[in-house]
Ligand binder design. Structure first.
Ligand SMILES: Nc1nc2c(ncn2[C@@H]2O[C@H](COP(=O)(O)OP(=O)(O)OP(=O)(O)O)[C@@H](O)[C@H]2O)c(=O)[nH]1
Ligand SMILES: [Mg+2]
Length: 199
């Protein structure tokens, strides 16, 4: 699958503002600053479709993009941004869980992790939540350009070990937002979920 058309649709402050769920939806989730917005730009080959920033916590709503007039790509707010108040964080946590559990159009969650580091407690909690609730997801170890090939292999083995311990069996990809070709496999995988969607 190649993306030929990508356009910003809307920013939903909560579930009630999401568009009609008549198109298949794929969302991107992960810790703040892990590269969700950057990967979305790389996938769609647009420089500034999704807003990226060095300042974590930039994406604060569910940002919707219409892809090829056929499906929605959603940039979720990152979790684990310390500078947001506890109250606000737990509100967002609840809102995200509601979205993930109740959004019927949702076909697949793409979970981004930083390939350089072991998953944080929040990452593990999130993976566990998805697994526990039977929500289809895959994992992408992003920022692959930042470490050597051998370290990449090592980090793949490390995450596979962790997933085994967590009893989670999902596809794993490695990507770099600055090398778009590294996202080809992920895009093919997403394409299957878009095509097989029954709404
Ligand atoms: N070298 C490198 N930098 C990356 C990569 N992906 C993202 N970045 C950088 O990491 C920073 C954060 O990227 P964003 O795409 O804004 O991260 P985000 O996950 O959308 O963050 P929030 O919106 O805060 O949740 C930016 O400075 C990006 O340029 C990557 O694969 N390689
Ligand atoms: Mg973002």
């Amino acid at each position: 699958m190649a993306i030929t058309k990508a356009a910003y649709l809307l920013s939903a402050p909560d579930l009630s503002f999401c568009p009609d769920g008549n198109l298949p939806e794929i969302c991107f989730a992960g810790r703040s600053n892990v590269g969700k917005s950057s990967v979305i730009n790389a996938l769609t080959r647009r420089k500034n479709l999704a807003h990226t920033s060095n300042t974590p916590g930039k994406t604060r709503s569910l940002n919707y993009y219409l892809i090829d007039d056929a499906w929605h790509l959603v940039d979720l707010p990152g979790y684990g941004y310390a500078k947001i108040s506890k109250k606000e964080q737990s509100r967002w946590g609840r809102e995200m869980k509601r979205y993930l559990l109740e959004r019927n159009a949702l076909q697949l969650v793409v979970v981004l992790l930083d390939v350089r580091h072991a998953p944080s407690a929040l990452d593990e909690e999130f993976l566990f939540f998805l697994g526990e609730n039977g929500i289809p997801f895959c994992i992408v170890q992003n920022k692959a350009d930042k470490i050597s090939k051998s370290r990449l292999m090592q980090q793949k083995a490390n995450i596979n070990q962790l997933l085994k311990e967590m009893n989670i069996d999902v596809p794993l990809f490695q990507s770099s937002a600055i090398i778009p070709e590294t996202l080809d496999e992920l895009l093919t995988f997403i394409g299957e979920y878009v095509q097989d969607a029954k709404l």
